[in-house]
Design a protein around this ligand. Structure first.
Ligand code: SAM
Length: 310
C-alpha cells in the first residue's frame, strides 16, 4: 500500500451494516485498531472502516487518505516495517512515531532483483532489522525482507487461490518463498510441495509452517528444474509466482500437472492476452486472465488460471 500522496491507499477493512457503523467505529477506536489516517466510506448499505491489522472478517479495501496521512512521506507498510521511497531520516522518524505497531523504517537501495527476488535496504529509524511478522487472513508469516521475497500486496490473491483449492488436492508451489501461498492453501489440500531455490526462504518457511501448524506443507530446497527427478508426481494444481521469468518454466509445469489439472501462472505483461498463444501451444486453456497489480506505467502483473486439456 502506498502512503503519503493523493493515491488511494489499500488497507485492511471491516464492512458493517450502516446502522452498526458508528457503534463499530467507536469500539475500534477503544481497541486502538481503527486506522485514523484513512477516511471510512459507505458502499450501498455497508459502512467500510479501515483497520490497522488483519482481524477476523477483514478484507482489503482502498481508502482516501486523511490530512494526518498526507503529512507523512511516501512509504509502504509490511508488518512492523515501513519502507520509504526516499532516504529521508527526519521523515522516517515521523513515520515511526505515527504508529505504535511500527518498529523499523527502511529505505530500499535496490529494486527486487536476482534469482532470489530480494532487495537491499538501509535502516533509517527504529530497530536495525529487516525481519518482521505479517498477519493476513489468520496466518502469521515471519519474513526477512533482505533475505527472501514477500509482498503484502498479494494477500487478496493468495486468498482467492486458497478459496479454489478442493479437499484432497495435491498442490505444487513452484516458487514458494517463505510459504505464504503454500500455507494459505494448506488447510484444504492433502499435500502442498513448496519448492524454493533460496535456503533462507526455506528456513523462514519452516518457521512459518510451525507457527501456522501447516502440517500438509512439504518444504523442498531445490531448483524447481530438478524437481521431477526428486518428486516425479502429477499434481492437481500448480502455483507459479515468478512473474518476471515464470514463462520459461511453463513447459515444466505442464509436465507436472495432471490432465484437467490447474496452473496459476503469474506473469509480467504489457498487453492483455500476451501469453495466451504460448499457453495454447502447450495444451492449456485459459479459464481467466486477471490483473493483479501494476508494475510500471506500461506493465502489470497478471495471473492466468489455466486448465491442462486432456
Ligand atoms: N511465492 C512467494 C510469495 O508469493 O511470497 C515467493 C515469490 S518470489 C516472486 C519468487 C521465488 O522464486 C523466490 O523466493 C525465489 O527464490 C524463487 N525461485 C527463483 N528461481 C527458482 C527456481 N529455479 N527454482 C525454485 N525457486 C526459484
Amino acid at each position: 500500500m502506498m502512503v503519503g500522496d493523493l493515491e488511494q491507499i489499500e488497507q485492511w477493512c471491516l464492512r458493517v451494516p450502516v446502522r452498526k457503523g458508528e457503534e463499530t467505529r467507536q469500539a475500534l477506536i477503544r481497541e486502538a485498531v481503527l486506522d485514523r489516517t484513512l477516511r471510512p466510506r459507505r458502499e450501498g448499505g455497508a459502512f467500510i472502516l479501515p483497520v490497522l491489522n488483519w482481524r477476523e472478517a477483514a478484507g482489503r479495501c482502498l481508502f482516501d487518505p486523511l490530512p494526518e496521512r498526507l503529512a507523512l512521506p511516501r512509504h509502504e507498510l509490511i508488518g512492523g516495517i515501513a519502507v520509504m521511497q526516499d532516504h529521508d531520516v527526519a521523515g522516517a522518524e515521523k513515520i515511526l512515531a505515527s504508529r505504535p505497531s511500527l518498529h523499523t523504517v527502511l529505505y530500499a537501495t535496490s529494486e527486487v532483483e536476482g534469482e532470489y527476488r530480494t532487495r537491499t535496504f538501509v535502516v533509517l529509524a527504529g530497530t536495525p532489522t529487516t525481519r518482521t511478522d505479517c498477519i493476513e487472513y489468520g496466518h502469521r508469516y515471519t519474513i526477512d525482507l533482505s533475505a527472501a521475497y514477500f509482498s503484502t500486496r498479494l494477500s487478496t490473491e493468495r486468498q482467492r487461490i486458497a478459496s479454489l483449492v478442493g479437499h484432497g488436492e495435491v498442490v505444487l508451489d513452484m516458487f514458494a518463498g517463505v510459504g505464504p501461498y503454500a500455507i494459505a492453501v494448506a488447510d484444504c489440500a492433502e499435500l502442498v510441495v513448496a519448492a524454493d531455490i533460496n535456503p533462507e526462504a526455506i528456513s523462514l518457511m519452516l518457521e512459518n509452517i510451525e507457527q501456522n501448524h501447516a502440517r500438509t506443507v512439504l518444504p523442498v530446497l531445490a531448483d524447481v528444474r530438478n524437481l521431477p527427478e526428486v518428486i516425479p508426481w502429477q499434481f492437481d494444481r500448480i502455483i507459479m509466482n515468478l512473474p518476471v521469468s515464470g514463462a520459461e518454466f511453463l513447459p515444466l509445469a505442464f509436465d507436472l500437472v495432471r490432465s484437467n489439472g490447474i496452473i496459476h501462472f503469474y506473469a509480467l505483461v504489457s498487453q492483455e492476452g500476451e501469453h495466451r498463444q504460448g499457453i495454447s501451444h502447450l495444451g492449456g486453456e485459459v479459464v481467466s486472465e486477471r490483473y493483479v497489480r501494476s508494475y510500471s506505467p506500461s506493465q502489470w502483473h497478471a495471473v492466468y488460471d489455466i486448465i491442462k486439456k486432456e
